[in-house]
Write a protein that binds this ligand. Structure first.
Ligand SMILES: Nc1nc2c(ncn2[C@@H]2O[C@H](COP(=O)(O)OP(=O)(O)OP(=O)(O)O)[C@@H](O)[C@H]2O)c(=O)[nH]1
Ligand SMILES: [Mg+2]
Length: 481
């Protein structure tokens, strides 16, 4: 009799354990954004807030994250990442540079990396709450260079379509001093003749310089093939000896189709498809296709500072990226066969750069900016939200008197000179800027040095932020009930 009781008890425990194991859930968060949008700073800031949250967090910095507010969050820890072939996100190095004098921002990302957090909490509802007073949500976050995103639209384009699209960008490419040399060399080549590897490489080298100029000197965004900006291990490989054929019409393409398989044209076309299937597709399939939720960070201020064409280029690049994702309900069956993103957050990053009274404008600018993407990508069954955030707040708010009137200003340390500055950065346009805005160009954006809390308590986070708790509630709130 005693043994029966014991086995029942044991069985109960086992079932309970299985139930608990299945209640430990996993969420993959895509942090998306063009180069410089603030992905690495966001991940670092978010992780820092999370690692300091929980029951020991006395001066809560995340008041609007419900699980923390309800005192159901036990704590958050780093956990072993699931994919052993990807480097770990170097959180410690990022914190080190952000917090040691002279504080600097983490360097621009050169490769992919991953991080897993275990969020331990007390379930409040449902079966889970009856079974246990502690469950864990595993959160996986991946960081990568923003440039890699730029190629995603190529997945849907033929070589001819891609070349035609690049031709529409000629006015941007032409700004580079290397464009003329590239164009001349390209027109000197007999595209129907047998390909010459050296020539292909020489033309690519010139095209690479053109793209680098457009991005680094002229502040544009939408460069393809984007790996020419950051070749990494593809440096010097034939798959990256690739450039578009500019200004060819349909008839010219049709004629070139008839050329021999070893022609310049066919070689280039084959490289394009190789590049798409060997470089672009794996990045998309291995990382992006598997995400549950996505935050798209948009730096509205840098392109506002740079000018009209750069702003429009950023918008075009963003549309191209957003269009490449699948959105919709993530029922289990659907997820197994075609994973979908069911919550999507567009966040204007770095809003600590502007005064508080401008944050509403930033939000409406962002909403207009993404309106076209929203129509294109048909976010059916996907909850979409917009916010204005700062992951690592580096300014403080102030008021100054000017001509008898009190105006809001931001104060911070200018990044290069390391001098304190007080400034009114200007009016952020509420809608997509008109010609009038660009004529006046009254917007002043400067880079601030990161600022960390001179904190007294070890339990509080290292940085201040703007609305990271809103972000957490939107992205994770429903999984922590
Ligand atoms: N003031 C302020 N500046 C920020 C914030 N987040 C990012 N920045 C600035 O934006 C720059 C770029 O941020 P990153 O996080 O490196 O951007 P990224 O998207 O990871 O860029 P890549 O790695 O090049 O793709 C930083 O070096 C900072 O100057 C923020 O919350 N506040
Ligand atoms: Mg980065």
């Amino acid at each position: 009799m005693a043994s029966l009781k014991q086995s029942l008890k044991k069985l109960g425990k086992n079932t309970q354990a299985v139930a608990l194991r299945t209640t430990d859930r996993n969420l993959r968060l895509a942090v998306t954004g063009l180069a410089g949008a603030g992905k690495t700073a966001f991940i670092t800031g978010l992780v820092n807030q999370l690692l300091h949250s929980g029951l020991t967090d006395t001066g809560s910095q995340l008041p609007l994250w419900r699980v923390a507010r309800d005192s159901r969050l036990y704590g958050v820890k780093r956990d072993l990442q699931p994919d052993l072939t990807i480097p770990s996100f170097n959180y410690d190095a990022a914190i080190q540079s952000l917090t040691t004098e002279p504080q600097s921002w983490p360097v621009s990302t050169r490769n992919i990396s991953e991080l897993r957090l275990a969020i331990k909490y007390r379930p409040a509802k449902g079966l889970l709450a009856k079974l246990t007073d502690s469950a864990t949500l595993y959160l996986d976050i991946v960081d990568y260079p923003g440039e890699w995103l730029l190629d995603l639209p190529m997945l849907k384009q033929s070589f001819q379509q891609w070349s035609a699209h690049q031709s529409t960008r000629k006015n941007i490419l032409q700004r580079s001093v290397h464009f003329e040399a590239f164009s001349q060399m390209l027109t000197s080549v007999e595209l129907a003749a047998a390909a010459d590897e050296l020539k292909l490489q020489q033309i690519t080298d010139l095209y690479q310089k053109v793209l680098q100029d457009c991005v680094s000197n002229d502040g544009f965004y939408y460069a393809q093939p984007a790996r020419l900006l950051l070749p990494g291990e593809l440096e010097g490989t034939p798959v990256l000896a690739l450039f578009p054929l500019l200004d060819l019409d349909e008839l010219a393409f049709e004629a070139l189709e008839q050329s021999a398989p070893n022609s310049f044209y066919h070689t280039l076309k084959q490289r394009y498809y190789e590049y798409v299937s060997r470089v672009v597709k794996p990045f998309y399939q291995d990382y992006f296709a598997k995400f549950d939720r996505q935050i798209v960070l948009v730096d509205c201020f840098t392109p506002l500072n740079r000018g009209r064409e750069q702003f429009d280029d950023m918008k075009a690049a963003l549309h191209g990226v957003v269009e490449s994702f699948h959105f919709g309900q993530s029922s289990l069956l659907k997820r197994l066969f075609s994973p979908k993103i069911d919550k999507l957050l567009f966040a204007a990053s770095k809003v600590d750069h502007v005064t508080r009274d401008q944050q509403g404008n930033v939000l409406s600018l962002l909403t207009q900016l993404i309106q076209q993407s929203q129509q294109l990508a048909k976010f059916e069954g996907c909850e979409v939200e917009t916010m204005a955030i700062s992951a690592i707040k580096s300014t403080s708010h102030g008021m100054v008197k000017q001509e008898g009137k009190e105006i809001e200003v931001v104060r911070g340390i200018e990044l290069n000179e390391r001098k304190p500055v007080t400034l009114f950065p200007g009016e952020v346009p509420k809608s997509l800027p008109s010609a009038d805005f660009w004529d006046k160009q009254g917007f002043e954006f400067i880079n601030f040095a990161p600022c960390n809390n001179q904190h007294t308590s070890r339990s509080s986070a290292d940085f201040e932020h703007i609305r990271l708790d809103h972000v957490l509630q939107f992205l994770l709130g429903d999984k922590l009930k």
